[in-house]
Write a protein that binds this ligand. Structure first.
Ligand SMILES: Cc1cc2nc3c(=O)[nH]c(=O)nc-3n(C[C@H](O)[C@H](O)[C@H](O)COP(=O)(O)OP(=O)(O)OC[C@H]3O[C@@H](n4cnc5c(N)ncnc54)[C@H](O)[C@@H]3O)c2cc1C
Length: 597
């Protein structure tokens, strides 16, 4: 039997039983859709993932792109994959019909992205970046730019990228130095360098469209002087496609995520790199935040996918591997048992499942908020909920996914460390996720420094209300009641910590306020995923009430066991984080740099 890398049953459970996505079809935007159409999309992508993407998962890792004659030569199947996605309408499924899309709800699209990420994250990245770039262009580009660049991207013929990072500007985009000089001829002359640009220059498509940040000459310093440009690798002129003076100077040699290159680009070495302004000057970062937020959610979804695939690979091994005897079995002649019977292995499997399925539940929940905001249903509330949750959705699957894929390796013992089994690759592949699209450190500062305080704490308040609503509902169920109470206590702890930290902000002491923002993010993430486990618990209880104990009984039982694991082993970590966060000593800030000897 082919290796399982995700659970369709779980996706159906989350979409139908937890999030009730069919309710979205009552709104005009999604009226043409139905549960059958959603299922058809899931079937199609599951087939693509199983037949095309997963078989290339290890092959692409073992044969990474080669840098030849200024171009990254990638696996030959990337080209046909992009074409297939273009033909199937998978580059822009969420765009409107007028834009050539399918008006598919984000929540369904996120489930599709999850399946692709679980099958082959590197391959899915080519598609995802093209989608993000196309969405950005569709939102803010002029009709002329859209006419020229959108169609070839949507058909999978041209690759899209996001080109932000420079040697001196990674986390700190305020320090971007790439310049743009207005020629007065409808284009700007671009000069500078970009690094780490994913799929930045490959032979998989006929052209590359960079959504690039640059600074117009004379613009204010910092983020207020950054503009957004379309910078194609080959530009369109009367004769067709000609060089646009975008030179790829090399590609990185990476720990994982090896099927997709990170490229170094040099722009305007021959004074002939043209960039086309998107929207208004100096508003580039605001526009780019649309793509960054989309990609941050995608990072979480991709990480949940990798963690899920690693879980299933380790689960299969644990069922088959015979080793040792039960803790109370003293007879050395008794047969060895499958390792899945050892409590320590069960713990590691439960941990993986709690992380992977909890992360996916949260990603889909946020995607549904995106849909509700898009259709104008209580728009402000849902937009603020998305804003608040983006750093959490980006970080929890990424950081905890590293630990859960590590647990997958541990389940396999020595074989887990070797490349005959896929788990070591998941571990390497997922390591990028806390780094790209804003590091965990930056996400922590975003959550505590911006999101908690935005609109006078409204986003935070809405989040607490959502959690409290679930708590109230779960209180009425005898089995879930203790979990509801535990989550309520944890929410009180989070409120206490938040109030405590905000005091420092009020006093203007930013070192004490933000010094441990990463730990605050960790605390908030544990709480948010606990909330999602309780939400799932409610759906399970409802299903058990109405469906009795049909063929799904093991699935539902497994959910409740994992919920119970989460509340007994993961949620209590909030207490120790709270103690650290409210100590108020600023211990780390006080350590002088000279102490690091
Ligand atoms: C494989 C790969 C693919 C990528 N793809 C793309 C892409 O497609 N497009 C693109 O534009 N970029 C891309 N990047 C770049 C990526 O987004 C950056 O690497 C990331 O934002 C971090 O920037 P940096 O590497 O310069 O690290 P730095 O910014 O130097 O950070 C180093 C460390 O310092 C910490 N740090 C930095 N500033 C602060 C601060 N103010 N407070 C607290 N801690 C701080 C960081 O959290 C981090 O731990 C990619 C990177 C990789 C490795």
């Amino acid at each position: 039997m082919a290796q399982q890398f995700f659970s369709r049953r779980n996706i159906d459970f989350l979409l139908q039983e937890v999030l009730k996505v069919e309710e979205l079809t009552q709104y005009d935007l999604y009226r043409d859709h139905s549960p059958e159409i959603f299922a058809l999309s899931l079937d199609t992508i599951s087939k693509l993932a199983g037949e095309v993407m997963y078989p290339l998962f290890q092959e692409m890792d073992k044969n990474p792109p080669r840098f030849v004659d200024g171009v990254a030569h990638v696996h030959p199947k990337v080209r046909s994959f992009m074409k297939t996605c273009g033909e199937g309408g998978w580059v822009n499924p969420t765009m409107t019909y007028e834009q050539g899309g399918q008006q598919l709800p984000s929540v369904v699209n996120s489930a599709l992205m999850f399946i692709m990420g679980a099958a082959n994250f590197s391959l899915s990245a080519y598609l995802q970046l093209t989608t993000g770039a196309a969405n950005l262009l569709a939102a803010f580009g002029s009709p002329r730019l859209q006419e020229t660049y959108l169609q070839p991207m949507l058909t999978g013929c041209w690759q899209g990228t996001m080109a932000l990072t420079e040697p001196n500007a990674g986390s700190s985009l305020a320090d971007i130095r790439t310049t743009a000089e207005d020629t007065g001829l409808g284009y700007y002359k671009i000069k500078g360098q970009k690094i780490f640009i994913t799929a930045g220059c490959t032979n998989a498509t006929d052209n590359t469209v960079h959504m690039m940040l640059a600074r117009i000459k004379g613009a204010p310093a910092g983020v207020k002087g950054i503009s957004l440009f379309v910078v194609p690798r080959l530009r369109v002129d009367d004769t067709g496609l000609v060089s646009n003076d975008v030179i790829c100077t090399g590609i990185e040699h990476k720990l994982g995520y090896r099927g997709c290159p990170a490229c170094q680009l040099s722009l305007g070495d021959n004074d002939d790199c043209r960039g086309y302004l998107v929207g208004e000057p100096n508003k580039g970062l605001t526009y780019m935040f649309q793509m960054m937020n989309e990609e941050r959610v995608n990072v979480g979804i991709g990480a949940a996918g990798k963690a899920t695939a690693a879980y299933y690979a380790s689960l299969e091994y644990c069922r088959q591997r015979l080793q040792g005897r039960g803790l109370s079995q003293k007879n050395p002649e008794s047969p060895q048992i499958p390792i899945i019977e050892h409590p320590d292995i069960k713990r590691m499997l439960l941990f993986q499942r709690a992380v992977a399925e909890g992360a996916l539940a949260l990603c889909l929940q946020v995607s549904k908020y995106i849909d509700l905001a898009r259709i104008g249903q209580d728009r402000e509330r849902h937009e603020l909920l998305v804003d608040f949750l983006v750093p959490i959705v980006k970080t929890y699957p990424s950081e905890m996914g590293i630990l859960s894929t590590s647990a997958a390796i541990q389940c396999l013992g020595g074989y887990g460390y070797c490349s005959d089994f896929p788990v070591e690759q998941y571990y390497r592949d997922i390591r990028i996720d806390p780094i790209h699209e804003g590091t965990t450190g930056i996400q922590g500062q975003d959550l505590l420094g911006r999101k908690v305080t935005m609109k006078r704490g409204k986003a935070y308040q809405y989040f607490c209300e959502e959690v409290l609503r679930t708590i109230e509902e779960a209180r009425g169920d005898a089995l879930l009641q203790p979990y509801a109470e535990a989550l309520e206590k944890s929410l009180q702890v989070m409120n206490k910590v938040t109030t405590h930290l905000l005091q420092y902000a009020g006093q203007g002491d930013l070192e004490l306020f933000l010094g441990d923002a990463t730990l605050y993010l960790e605390l908030a993430s544990i709480l948010a995923v606990g909330w999602q486990w309780l939400v799932q618990g409610l759906a399970v209880r409802q299903a058990q009430d109405t469906n009795g104990h049909g063929q799904d009984q093991y699935f539902y039982q497994g959910k409740l066991h994992t919920l119970s694991y989460y509340f007994e082993y993961e949620l209590p970590r909030i207490d120790s984080l709270s103690r650290i966060l409210t100590r108020g000593t600023g211990m780390i800030s006080q350590v002088p740099v000279t102490a690091f000897v």
